[in-house]
Ligand binder design. Structure first.
Ligand SMILES: [Zn+2]
Length: 453
């Protein structure tokens, strides 16, 4: 039991990127400019400024938000605002330039990005983008978690839960209550794709500051991480469990890296023999067998199942992750065992809204991967062009990298609070599997246009 109520808060600090993204807009002033200076008056973002001698300075494209007021205000038509072709080259069709820019803003400021002129994306996309939140409760402004008028909990419990409790005739509890670990956010940090000690340390320190967990490949563990084991889940290959008995002994949660054909029960017992109190998580790829594997894991009393899919596959087929999370959740609900296991999902998480979307589809928690790499400079290389990847965390950069990750996660938590507030929900635990709080494009389309025609 926790003895004192403590409101969870994340300390954010302005942390600019090392390498800026190319600006989205290019603002140009042509030589028919007559120094009329209307642009300096109308621009509220500071793109147009005066030099010390009173003449107009070169426009600062980085500050432009694309409102075009200066273009309209200039009587000479001497200004143009265009989308920067270099900006459009960023990322890919899933980790779009706009999403990357958002992550940069979140990682720099820790704040919620304000789109200003409304939602700028496509009306509906694929995968997570085909789901909308139902904010019908937005008329109740008291449920406002960010500004704290009413507390909204983003905590979840990791671990197995009993379907029911058994008591003896005198009312004494007979059941052994399995261990649960409460984390204040439904987000974990997955292992980084590039192996760099400083990057690994930054991720672990960020997890400690957020009071959540970082998943660390056992082979990447090194002595500086020892003081952070409280926030580390070692990820151990199924065939290497014996190699890491010390690490297993230190850990509250251990993740076993599996492919699907392993003898799960044997692996589970092996880990429990080394550390009888550690929670055991099975890391498995999402595939057609996921739902039945999850059921098997419930039957053998595993604590956690962590399904993952690589982001490249999600980019090619964004619908897959949506269907996969839902199928696993519903299968376990069908069997009446859903609450007995914690389901962590990884994959396709490119923006804050993908966290509540993963949860409403049926996951308990989400492990964040590529998004924090982008916050640190990765240009969506999928770990394939390691030599070209811009993620570089030098010895003096650990604090910088830690804070960028913490800022992004703080912003994502605030956005989660906004979603919960809009839905009138007081805790994220209730969001799990709650598709009634969402609208699915496919269903709406069928309803409106008659899908069976
Ligand atoms: Zn990269």
């Amino acid at each position: 039991m926790r003895n004192a109520f403590k409101r969870y808060s994340i300390e954010t600090r302005e942390t600019p990127p090392k390498i800026k993204l190319p600006p989205k807009f290019l603002v140009k002033r042509y030589n028919n400019c007559m120094n009329i200076q209307e642009c300096t008056v109308v621009c509220i973002y500071g793109v147009h400024r005066l030099n010390d001698d009173g003449t107009i300075a070169e426009p600062i494209s980085e500050l432009c938000r694309g409102c075009h007021l200066c273009v309209l205000a200039c009587p000479k038509g001497a200004i143009s605002v265009e989308i920067n072709p270099e900006f459009l080259k960023l990322g890919n069709s899933y980790f779009t330039p706009d999403r990357m820019e958002r992550i940069y803003f979140e990682a720099e400021t820790g704040r919620v990005p304000v789109s200003g002129a409304g939602y700028g994306g496509l009306f509906a996309g694929r995968g997570f983008d085909s789901i909308w939140f139902d904010f019908s409760e937005i008329v109740r402004p008291t449920r406002d978690g960010i500004h704290g008028r009413e507390y909204i909990s983003t905590s979840i419990d990791i671990g197995r839960k009993l379907p029911y409790l058994k008591f003896d005739d005198n009312g004494a509890l007979l059941s052994n209550i399995p261990k649960n670990i409460e984390v204040p956010i439904p987000m974990l940090l997955d292992a980084p794709c590039t192996v760099s000690k400083n990057l690994q340390l930054s991720v672990v320190k960020a997890a400690a500051k957020l009071d959540t967990f970082a998943i660390v490949r056992a082979e990447d563990f090194y002595e500086k991480l020892l003081s952070y084991t409280r926030w580390i889940i070692p990820r151990i290959k199924a065939e290497e469990i014996e190699k890491y008995t010390d690490l297993i002994d230190l850990s509250q949660i251990v993740e076993i890296d599996c492919h699907g054909g392993e003898d799960f029960k044997r692996l589970f017992e092996k880990v429990r023999e080394i550390n009888s109190s550690t929670l055991v998580s099975f890391r498995l790829p999402y595939n057609d067998k996921s739902a039945t594997i999850a059921e098997t894991l419930v039957d053998m009393r595993a604590d956690i199942v962590h399904f993952y899919i690589d982001d490249k596959t999600v980019e090619q087929n964004p619908d897959y992750i949506v269907k996969a999370i839902r199928a696993i959740h519903l299968h376990l609900v069908d069997k009446g065992v859903r609450d007995q296991i914690t389901f962590i999902s990884s994959g396709g998480v490119a923006e804050a809204s993908h966290i509540p979307k993963s949860i409403l589809l049926g996951a308990d928690a989400v492990a964040v991967g590529l998004a924090y790499h982008i916050a640190l400079g990765c240009r969506v290389c999928y770990g394939e062009n390691r030599l070209e990847c811009l993620v570089e965390v030098g010895n003096g950069d650990v604090e910088w990298a830690t804070q960028r990750i913490v800022n992004m996660m703080a912003s994502w938590r605030d956005q989660l609070l906004e979603v919960l507030g809009g839905m009138g929900m007081r805790e994220v635990r209730r969001l799990r599997g709650e598709v009634g709080r969402a609208m699915f494009y496919e269903e709406l389309e069928a309803k409106v246009f008659g899908g069976d025609l």
